[in-house]
Design a protein around this ligand. Structure first.
Ligand SMILES: O=C[C@H](O)[C@H](O)COP(=O)(O)O
Ligand SMILES: C=C(OP(=O)(O)O)C(=O)O
Ligand SMILES: [Mn+2]
Length: 445
Protein backbone atom coordinates (compact mmCIF):
# COMPACT_ATOMS: atom_id res chain seq x y z
CA UNK A 1 0.00 0.00 0.00
CA UNK A 2 1.41 3.41 -0.86
CA UNK A 3 1.14 5.97 1.89
CA UNK A 4 0.33 9.63 1.52
CA UNK A 5 2.80 12.22 2.78
CA UNK A 6 1.24 14.62 5.28
CA UNK A 7 0.36 18.16 4.27
CA UNK A 8 3.36 19.72 6.00
CA UNK A 9 5.69 17.42 4.04
CA UNK A 10 4.02 18.42 0.78
CA UNK A 11 4.24 22.11 1.62
CA UNK A 12 7.91 21.72 2.50
CA UNK A 13 8.50 20.86 -1.17
CA UNK A 14 7.61 24.47 -2.04
CA UNK A 15 4.58 23.92 -4.27
CA UNK A 16 3.65 26.62 -6.75
CA UNK A 17 0.32 28.41 -7.04
CA UNK A 18 -0.89 27.91 -3.47
CA UNK A 19 -3.05 30.44 -1.59
CA UNK A 20 -1.35 32.44 1.15
CA UNK A 21 -3.85 31.99 3.96
CA UNK A 22 -3.67 34.63 6.69
CA UNK A 23 -4.94 32.35 9.50
CA UNK A 24 -3.48 28.84 9.88
CA UNK A 25 -6.01 27.88 12.58
CA UNK A 26 -8.82 28.55 10.10
CA UNK A 27 -7.04 26.36 7.52
CA UNK A 28 -6.69 23.52 10.04
CA UNK A 29 -10.35 23.79 10.92
CA UNK A 30 -11.51 23.69 7.26
CA UNK A 31 -9.25 20.71 6.52
CA UNK A 32 -10.54 18.90 9.62
CA UNK A 33 -14.13 19.46 8.44
CA UNK A 34 -13.30 18.19 4.95
CA UNK A 35 -11.70 15.05 6.32
CA UNK A 36 -15.04 14.09 7.91
CA UNK A 37 -17.04 14.61 4.71
CA UNK A 38 -18.17 11.56 2.70
CA UNK A 39 -16.48 10.84 -0.64
CA UNK A 40 -17.84 12.71 -3.65
CA UNK A 41 -17.00 9.79 -5.95
CA UNK A 42 -16.26 6.14 -5.32
CA UNK A 43 -12.97 4.42 -5.95
CA UNK A 44 -14.75 1.79 -8.05
CA UNK A 45 -16.07 4.55 -10.35
CA UNK A 46 -12.51 5.87 -10.74
CA UNK A 47 -11.40 2.37 -11.73
CA UNK A 48 -14.20 2.18 -14.29
CA UNK A 49 -13.02 5.44 -15.85
CA UNK A 50 -9.45 4.14 -15.81
CA UNK A 51 -10.66 1.16 -17.83
CA UNK A 52 -12.28 3.46 -20.38
CA UNK A 53 -9.14 5.58 -20.61
CA UNK A 54 -7.14 2.41 -21.21
CA UNK A 55 -9.29 1.95 -24.32
CA UNK A 56 -8.38 5.53 -25.29
CA UNK A 57 -4.67 4.76 -24.80
CA UNK A 58 -5.05 1.66 -27.01
CA UNK A 59 -6.71 3.69 -29.78
CA UNK A 60 -10.17 2.16 -29.28
CA UNK A 61 -12.03 5.16 -27.86
CA UNK A 62 -11.96 8.96 -27.86
CA UNK A 63 -12.07 11.25 -24.80
CA UNK A 64 -14.33 14.30 -24.70
CA UNK A 65 -13.41 16.37 -21.65
CA UNK A 66 -14.95 19.79 -21.21
CA UNK A 67 -16.50 22.44 -19.04
CA UNK A 68 -15.77 25.82 -17.52
CA UNK A 69 -12.30 27.20 -17.05
CA UNK A 70 -13.45 28.07 -13.54
CA UNK A 71 -16.72 26.96 -12.01
CA UNK A 72 -18.32 29.43 -9.62
CA UNK A 73 -20.32 28.75 -6.48
CA UNK A 74 -23.12 30.99 -7.82
CA UNK A 75 -23.14 28.91 -11.02
CA UNK A 76 -24.44 25.80 -9.26
CA UNK A 77 -28.01 26.01 -10.53
CA UNK A 78 -30.08 23.30 -12.21
CA UNK A 79 -30.20 25.29 -15.47
CA UNK A 80 -26.48 25.92 -15.61
CA UNK A 81 -25.46 22.34 -14.87
CA UNK A 82 -28.07 20.99 -17.30
CA UNK A 83 -26.88 23.32 -20.05
CA UNK A 84 -23.26 22.22 -19.67
CA UNK A 85 -24.27 18.59 -19.63
CA UNK A 86 -26.51 19.05 -22.63
CA UNK A 87 -23.80 20.52 -24.83
CA UNK A 88 -21.42 17.73 -23.82
CA UNK A 89 -24.08 15.11 -24.62
CA UNK A 90 -24.73 16.72 -28.01
CA UNK A 91 -21.02 16.82 -28.79
CA UNK A 92 -20.58 13.22 -27.68
CA UNK A 93 -23.42 12.08 -29.91
CA UNK A 94 -21.94 13.92 -32.89
CA UNK A 95 -18.53 12.35 -32.29
CA UNK A 96 -19.92 8.86 -31.68
CA UNK A 97 -22.31 8.86 -34.63
CA UNK A 98 -20.29 10.73 -37.21
CA UNK A 99 -17.01 8.99 -36.42
CA UNK A 100 -18.34 5.62 -35.20
CA UNK A 101 -16.04 5.61 -32.22
CA UNK A 102 -16.91 5.11 -28.52
CA UNK A 103 -16.67 8.44 -26.67
CA UNK A 104 -15.59 8.66 -23.04
CA UNK A 105 -17.40 11.62 -21.47
CA UNK A 106 -15.71 13.60 -18.70
CA UNK A 107 -16.84 16.99 -17.38
CA UNK A 108 -14.55 19.72 -16.10
CA UNK A 109 -17.03 20.09 -13.29
CA UNK A 110 -17.91 19.39 -9.67
CA UNK A 111 -14.51 20.56 -8.43
CA UNK A 112 -13.01 22.92 -11.04
CA UNK A 113 -12.84 25.88 -8.64
CA UNK A 114 -9.13 26.67 -8.18
CA UNK A 115 -7.02 28.58 -10.71
CA UNK A 116 -3.28 28.94 -11.21
CA UNK A 117 -2.48 32.49 -12.34
CA UNK A 118 0.33 34.11 -14.32
CA UNK A 119 0.59 36.87 -11.75
CA UNK A 120 -0.05 37.00 -7.99
CA UNK A 121 -1.47 40.49 -8.33
CA UNK A 122 -4.06 42.27 -10.43
CA UNK A 123 -4.08 46.01 -11.07
CA UNK A 124 -7.14 47.96 -12.18
CA UNK A 125 -7.10 51.72 -12.59
CA UNK A 126 -4.08 52.13 -10.33
CA UNK A 127 -5.38 49.79 -7.59
CA UNK A 128 -3.43 46.56 -7.00
CA UNK A 129 -4.95 43.55 -5.20
CA UNK A 130 -4.21 39.82 -4.96
CA UNK A 131 -5.27 38.00 -8.15
CA UNK A 132 -8.49 36.01 -8.17
CA UNK A 133 -7.55 32.32 -7.79
CA UNK A 134 -10.96 30.74 -8.20
CA UNK A 135 -13.93 30.49 -5.86
CA UNK A 136 -12.07 27.76 -3.92
CA UNK A 137 -9.63 30.43 -2.76
CA UNK A 138 -10.99 33.99 -2.85
CA UNK A 139 -13.77 36.15 -4.31
CA UNK A 140 -13.89 37.49 -7.87
CA UNK A 141 -15.11 40.90 -6.72
CA UNK A 142 -12.31 43.48 -6.97
CA UNK A 143 -12.20 44.53 -3.31
CA UNK A 144 -9.47 43.97 -0.71
CA UNK A 145 -11.89 41.95 1.46
CA UNK A 146 -13.01 39.61 -1.32
CA UNK A 147 -9.47 38.89 -2.49
CA UNK A 148 -8.25 37.57 0.89
CA UNK A 149 -7.95 33.75 0.66
CA UNK A 150 -10.55 32.11 2.92
CA UNK A 151 -10.10 28.38 3.67
CA UNK A 152 -13.78 27.96 4.53
CA UNK A 153 -14.36 28.27 0.78
CA UNK A 154 -12.92 24.76 0.43
CA UNK A 155 -15.88 23.45 2.41
CA UNK A 156 -18.22 25.51 0.19
CA UNK A 157 -16.57 23.94 -2.86
CA UNK A 158 -17.13 20.47 -1.43
CA UNK A 159 -20.84 21.24 -0.93
CA UNK A 160 -21.20 22.83 -4.37
CA UNK A 161 -19.47 19.82 -5.96
CA UNK A 162 -21.78 17.44 -4.10
CA UNK A 163 -24.83 19.35 -5.39
CA UNK A 164 -23.43 19.39 -8.93
CA UNK A 165 -22.68 15.68 -8.93
CA UNK A 166 -26.12 14.94 -7.55
CA UNK A 167 -27.67 16.78 -10.49
CA UNK A 168 -25.30 15.19 -12.99
CA UNK A 169 -26.12 11.72 -11.70
CA UNK A 170 -29.85 12.49 -11.89
CA UNK A 171 -29.59 13.87 -15.44
CA UNK A 172 -27.39 11.08 -16.76
CA UNK A 173 -29.30 8.16 -15.26
CA UNK A 174 -32.82 9.51 -14.82
CA UNK A 175 -33.92 9.78 -18.45
CA UNK A 176 -32.62 13.19 -19.58
CA UNK A 177 -29.61 11.64 -21.28
CA UNK A 178 -31.66 8.85 -22.89
CA UNK A 179 -30.43 8.60 -26.49
CA UNK A 180 -34.05 8.65 -27.62
CA UNK A 181 -34.09 12.28 -26.34
CA UNK A 182 -31.42 13.23 -28.87
CA UNK A 183 -33.80 15.70 -30.58
CA UNK A 184 -34.93 17.41 -27.42
CA UNK A 185 -31.37 18.47 -26.48
CA UNK A 186 -31.37 20.67 -29.58
CA UNK A 187 -33.28 23.60 -28.10
CA UNK A 188 -33.07 27.36 -27.71
CA UNK A 189 -30.78 29.53 -29.79
CA UNK A 190 -28.78 26.59 -31.13
CA UNK A 191 -31.69 25.01 -33.00
CA UNK A 192 -31.89 27.88 -35.50
CA UNK A 193 -28.16 28.00 -36.25
CA UNK A 194 -26.73 26.16 -39.27
CA UNK A 195 -24.91 23.76 -36.96
CA UNK A 196 -28.16 23.22 -35.02
CA UNK A 197 -29.86 22.27 -38.27
CA UNK A 198 -27.06 19.91 -39.16
CA UNK A 199 -27.44 18.35 -35.73
CA UNK A 200 -31.20 18.05 -36.27
CA UNK A 201 -30.66 16.01 -39.42
CA UNK A 202 -28.22 13.74 -37.65
CA UNK A 203 -30.63 13.33 -34.71
CA UNK A 204 -33.28 12.19 -37.19
CA UNK A 205 -30.93 9.50 -38.52
CA UNK A 206 -30.08 8.39 -34.99
CA UNK A 207 -33.77 8.12 -34.09
CA UNK A 208 -34.43 5.94 -37.12
CA UNK A 209 -31.44 3.76 -36.22
CA UNK A 210 -32.69 3.36 -32.65
CA UNK A 211 -36.18 2.46 -33.82
CA UNK A 212 -34.65 -0.12 -36.13
CA UNK A 213 -32.53 -1.55 -33.34
CA UNK A 214 -35.54 -1.80 -31.04
CA UNK A 215 -37.50 -3.49 -33.83
CA UNK A 216 -34.85 -6.18 -34.13
CA UNK A 217 -34.89 -6.76 -30.39
CA UNK A 218 -32.26 -4.46 -28.81
CA UNK A 219 -32.97 -3.69 -25.16
CA UNK A 220 -34.23 -0.06 -24.93
CA UNK A 221 -32.70 0.18 -21.47
CA UNK A 222 -29.33 0.22 -23.23
CA UNK A 223 -30.15 3.71 -24.53
CA UNK A 224 -31.46 5.03 -21.23
CA UNK A 225 -28.35 6.23 -19.41
CA UNK A 226 -24.87 7.47 -20.16
CA UNK A 227 -21.63 7.08 -18.26
CA UNK A 228 -20.32 10.47 -17.27
CA UNK A 229 -17.37 11.28 -15.02
CA UNK A 230 -16.08 14.35 -13.21
CA UNK A 231 -12.63 15.97 -13.33
CA UNK A 232 -10.74 19.03 -12.19
CA UNK A 233 -7.21 20.36 -11.75
CA UNK A 234 -5.82 19.12 -8.43
CA UNK A 235 -4.38 22.44 -7.30
CA UNK A 236 -5.13 23.41 -3.70
CA UNK A 237 -3.24 20.84 -1.64
CA UNK A 238 -5.44 21.24 1.44
CA UNK A 239 -8.54 20.20 -0.51
CA UNK A 240 -7.05 17.32 -2.47
CA UNK A 241 -5.19 15.96 0.55
CA UNK A 242 -8.28 16.07 2.77
CA UNK A 243 -10.28 14.28 0.08
CA UNK A 244 -7.71 11.51 -0.34
CA UNK A 245 -8.99 8.39 1.38
CA UNK A 246 -8.03 4.75 1.69
CA UNK A 247 -10.30 2.55 -0.40
CA UNK A 248 -11.70 -0.25 1.76
CA UNK A 249 -11.63 -2.76 -1.12
CA UNK A 250 -8.00 -2.38 -2.03
CA UNK A 251 -6.37 -0.51 0.88
CA UNK A 252 -5.09 1.97 -1.72
CA UNK A 253 -5.47 5.79 -1.61
CA UNK A 254 -7.86 7.54 -4.00
CA UNK A 255 -8.59 11.25 -4.30
CA UNK A 256 -12.37 11.02 -3.98
CA UNK A 257 -12.98 14.68 -4.89
CA UNK A 258 -13.35 13.69 -8.57
CA UNK A 259 -12.95 10.69 -10.84
CA UNK A 260 -10.04 12.16 -12.80
CA UNK A 261 -7.68 14.85 -11.56
CA UNK A 262 -4.91 16.55 -13.45
CA UNK A 263 -1.70 18.47 -12.78
CA UNK A 264 -1.53 21.85 -14.48
CA UNK A 265 1.19 23.26 -16.71
CA UNK A 266 2.41 25.48 -13.86
CA UNK A 267 2.62 22.77 -11.18
CA UNK A 268 4.15 19.80 -12.99
CA UNK A 269 7.67 20.15 -11.51
CA UNK A 270 8.90 16.59 -11.04
CA UNK A 271 10.04 16.86 -7.42
CA UNK A 272 7.22 19.02 -6.22
CA UNK A 273 4.08 18.48 -4.20
CA UNK A 274 1.46 18.04 -6.93
CA UNK A 275 3.42 15.34 -8.74
CA UNK A 276 4.26 13.73 -5.39
CA UNK A 277 0.63 13.63 -4.19
CA UNK A 278 -0.81 12.44 -7.49
CA UNK A 279 1.89 9.79 -7.80
CA UNK A 280 0.43 8.18 -4.67
CA UNK A 281 -3.28 8.07 -5.55
CA UNK A 282 -4.86 5.44 -7.76
CA UNK A 283 -7.27 7.58 -9.79
CA UNK A 284 -6.73 8.01 -13.49
CA UNK A 285 -4.74 11.25 -13.74
CA UNK A 286 -3.59 13.77 -16.32
CA UNK A 287 -0.70 16.17 -16.78
CA UNK A 288 -0.82 19.27 -18.96
CA UNK A 289 2.20 19.55 -21.23
CA UNK A 290 2.99 22.96 -22.71
CA UNK A 291 5.59 24.07 -25.26
CA UNK A 292 8.51 24.10 -22.79
CA UNK A 293 8.14 20.36 -22.07
CA UNK A 294 11.16 18.33 -23.18
CA UNK A 295 10.89 14.68 -24.21
CA UNK A 296 12.90 13.80 -21.09
CA UNK A 297 10.38 15.69 -18.93
CA UNK A 298 7.58 13.59 -20.38
CA UNK A 299 9.50 10.35 -19.78
CA UNK A 300 10.35 11.35 -16.20
CA UNK A 301 6.74 12.31 -15.45
CA UNK A 302 5.51 8.99 -16.81
CA UNK A 303 8.11 7.09 -14.76
CA UNK A 304 7.04 8.83 -11.57
CA UNK A 305 3.29 8.91 -12.16
CA UNK A 306 2.81 5.57 -13.87
CA UNK A 307 5.71 3.34 -12.79
CA UNK A 308 3.84 0.15 -13.66
CA UNK A 309 3.00 1.45 -17.13
CA UNK A 310 -0.68 0.78 -16.62
CA UNK A 311 -2.86 1.83 -19.59
CA UNK A 312 -5.56 4.32 -18.54
CA UNK A 313 -3.66 5.61 -15.55
CA UNK A 314 -1.90 8.51 -17.31
CA UNK A 315 -3.19 11.01 -19.84
CA UNK A 316 -0.91 13.63 -21.37
CA UNK A 317 -2.96 16.71 -22.21
CA UNK A 318 -0.90 18.76 -24.65
CA UNK A 319 -1.49 22.52 -24.97
CA UNK A 320 1.10 23.95 -27.32
CA UNK A 321 -0.83 26.57 -29.28
CA UNK A 322 -1.78 26.34 -32.95
CA UNK A 323 1.54 27.83 -34.07
CA UNK A 324 3.73 25.40 -32.12
CA UNK A 325 2.02 22.03 -32.08
CA UNK A 326 3.30 20.74 -35.41
CA UNK A 327 6.94 21.27 -34.41
CA UNK A 328 6.66 20.88 -30.65
CA UNK A 329 4.59 17.74 -30.24
CA UNK A 330 6.45 15.19 -32.45
CA UNK A 331 9.61 14.91 -30.30
CA UNK A 332 7.49 14.15 -27.21
CA UNK A 333 5.32 11.58 -28.91
CA UNK A 334 8.30 9.91 -30.59
CA UNK A 335 10.23 9.48 -27.36
CA UNK A 336 7.22 8.30 -25.36
CA UNK A 337 6.33 5.85 -28.11
CA UNK A 338 9.91 4.58 -28.40
CA UNK A 339 9.98 3.99 -24.64
CA UNK A 340 6.85 1.84 -24.96
CA UNK A 341 4.90 3.98 -22.51
CA UNK A 342 1.14 3.55 -22.22
CA UNK A 343 -0.36 7.01 -22.27
CA UNK A 344 -3.51 8.55 -23.69
CA UNK A 345 -2.71 11.65 -25.78
CA UNK A 346 -5.32 14.38 -25.52
CA UNK A 347 -5.36 17.84 -27.10
CA UNK A 348 -6.22 20.97 -25.11
CA UNK A 349 -6.53 23.49 -27.96
CA UNK A 350 -7.45 26.33 -25.60
CA UNK A 351 -4.56 27.29 -23.31
CA UNK A 352 -1.89 27.85 -25.95
CA UNK A 353 -4.18 30.16 -27.93
CA UNK A 354 -5.24 32.84 -25.46
CA UNK A 355 -4.60 36.50 -26.23
CA UNK A 356 -5.92 39.89 -25.18
CA UNK A 357 -8.33 41.46 -27.65
CA UNK A 358 -8.13 45.17 -28.42
CA UNK A 359 -11.20 45.56 -26.21
CA UNK A 360 -9.15 44.23 -23.29
CA UNK A 361 -10.96 40.88 -22.96
CA UNK A 362 -9.01 37.64 -22.85
CA UNK A 363 -10.11 35.68 -25.88
CA UNK A 364 -9.28 32.85 -28.33
CA UNK A 365 -9.91 32.51 -32.04
CA UNK A 366 -12.14 29.61 -33.01
CA UNK A 367 -9.91 29.02 -36.05
CA UNK A 368 -6.79 28.70 -33.85
CA UNK A 369 -8.60 26.16 -31.68
CA UNK A 370 -9.52 24.09 -34.73
CA UNK A 371 -6.04 24.51 -36.23
CA UNK A 372 -4.42 23.16 -33.06
CA UNK A 373 -6.72 20.11 -33.06
CA UNK A 374 -5.93 19.57 -36.75
CA UNK A 375 -2.19 19.82 -35.98
CA UNK A 376 -2.63 17.31 -33.17
CA UNK A 377 -4.37 14.85 -35.53
CA UNK A 378 -1.72 15.42 -38.23
CA UNK A 379 1.17 14.74 -35.83
CA UNK A 380 -0.40 11.55 -34.50
CA UNK A 381 -1.27 10.34 -37.97
CA UNK A 382 2.29 10.85 -39.16
CA UNK A 383 3.73 9.02 -36.14
CA UNK A 384 1.21 6.18 -36.12
CA UNK A 385 -0.16 7.07 -32.68
CA UNK A 386 -3.76 7.64 -31.66
CA UNK A 387 -5.14 11.18 -31.22
CA UNK A 388 -7.03 10.20 -28.09
CA UNK A 389 -9.28 13.12 -27.34
CA UNK A 390 -9.96 16.79 -26.80
CA UNK A 391 -10.01 18.83 -23.61
CA UNK A 392 -11.96 22.07 -24.02
CA UNK A 393 -13.25 25.04 -22.06
CA UNK A 394 -16.90 25.47 -22.97
CA UNK A 395 -20.29 26.41 -21.64
CA UNK A 396 -23.82 25.47 -22.60
CA UNK A 397 -24.83 29.11 -22.84
CA UNK A 398 -24.88 31.69 -25.58
CA UNK A 399 -21.85 33.62 -24.31
CA UNK A 400 -19.47 35.77 -26.37
CA UNK A 401 -15.98 34.93 -25.13
CA UNK A 402 -14.15 33.33 -28.10
CA UNK A 403 -14.05 35.09 -31.46
CA UNK A 404 -14.93 33.50 -34.81
CA UNK A 405 -16.94 30.39 -35.49
CA UNK A 406 -20.03 30.23 -37.69
CA UNK A 407 -21.62 33.14 -35.84
CA UNK A 408 -18.48 35.14 -36.71
CA UNK A 409 -18.17 36.76 -33.30
CA UNK A 410 -15.76 39.71 -33.36
CA UNK A 411 -13.77 41.66 -30.76
CA UNK A 412 -16.65 44.10 -30.65
CA UNK A 413 -19.09 41.35 -29.65
CA UNK A 414 -17.09 40.20 -26.63
CA UNK A 415 -18.59 42.70 -24.21
CA UNK A 416 -22.17 41.69 -24.93
CA UNK A 417 -22.08 38.45 -22.94
CA UNK A 418 -18.64 37.81 -21.43
CA UNK A 419 -19.34 35.84 -18.27
CA UNK A 420 -16.23 33.76 -17.60
CA UNK A 421 -14.36 34.62 -14.41
CA UNK A 422 -11.13 33.27 -15.92
CA UNK A 423 -10.51 31.99 -19.45
CA UNK A 424 -12.80 32.44 -22.49
CA UNK A 425 -15.03 29.45 -23.26
CA UNK A 426 -16.56 28.19 -26.48
CA UNK A 427 -20.29 28.84 -26.46
CA UNK A 428 -22.80 26.15 -27.32
CA UNK A 429 -22.87 26.81 -31.06
CA UNK A 430 -19.06 26.95 -31.26
CA UNK A 431 -18.82 23.74 -29.20
CA UNK A 432 -21.12 21.88 -31.57
CA UNK A 433 -19.20 23.22 -34.56
CA UNK A 434 -16.00 21.93 -32.99
CA UNK A 435 -17.62 18.51 -32.47
CA UNK A 436 -18.59 18.23 -36.17
CA UNK A 437 -15.11 19.29 -37.30
CA UNK A 438 -13.38 16.90 -34.92
CA UNK A 439 -15.73 14.10 -36.04
CA UNK A 440 -14.50 14.66 -39.60
CA UNK A 441 -10.87 14.54 -38.48
CA UNK A 442 -11.59 11.34 -36.56
CA UNK A 443 -13.25 9.73 -39.53
CA UNK A 444 -10.11 10.37 -41.55
CA UNK A 445 -7.90 9.09 -38.73
O1 LIG B 1 -7.02 28.54 -16.77
C1 LIG B 1 -5.85 28.67 -16.83
C2 LIG B 1 -5.11 29.67 -16.08
O2 LIG B 1 -5.62 29.88 -14.84
C3 LIG B 1 -5.19 30.90 -16.85
O3 LIG B 1 -4.96 30.63 -18.21
C4 LIG B 1 -4.20 31.86 -16.31
O4 LIG B 1 -4.61 33.03 -16.74
P1 LIG B 1 -3.85 34.39 -16.41
O5 LIG B 1 -2.72 34.47 -17.35
O6 LIG B 1 -4.92 35.41 -16.66
O7 LIG B 1 -3.46 34.33 -14.97
C1 LIG C 1 -4.96 26.24 -15.98
C2 LIG C 1 -5.33 25.49 -17.00
O1 LIG C 1 -4.53 25.00 -17.94
P1 LIG C 1 -2.94 24.92 -18.02
O2 LIG C 1 -2.48 24.31 -16.73
O3 LIG C 1 -2.74 24.03 -19.19
O4 LIG C 1 -2.46 26.30 -18.23
C3 LIG C 1 -6.74 25.08 -17.20
O5 LIG C 1 -6.96 23.98 -17.70
O6 LIG C 1 -7.63 25.89 -16.91
MN1 LIG D 1 -8.35 27.83 -18.28
Amino acid sequence: MSTIPDLATLHALGPAQQPTYPDQAAVDSAVAQLRTMPPLVFAGECDELKGKLAAVARGEAFLLQGGDCAETLAGVTADNVRNKLRVLLQMAVVLTYAASVPVVKVGRLAGQYAKPRSSDLETREGVTLPAYRGDAVNGFEFTPEARVPDPQRLVDVYNASAATLNLVRAFTTGGYADLRQVHTWNTDFVRESPVGQRYEEMAGEIERALTFMQAIGADPDEFHRVDFHSSHEALVLEYEHAMTRIDSRTDAPYDVSGHFVWIGERTRQLDNAHVELLSRIRNPIGVKLGPTTTPDDAIALAAKLNPHNEAGRLTFITRFGAGRIRDGLPPLVEKVKAAGLEVAWVCDPMHGNTFEASSGYKTRRFDDVIDEVQGFFDVHRSLGTWPGGVHVELTGDDVTECVGGGEELTDMDLSSRYESVCDPRLNRVQSLELAFLVAEMLRKA
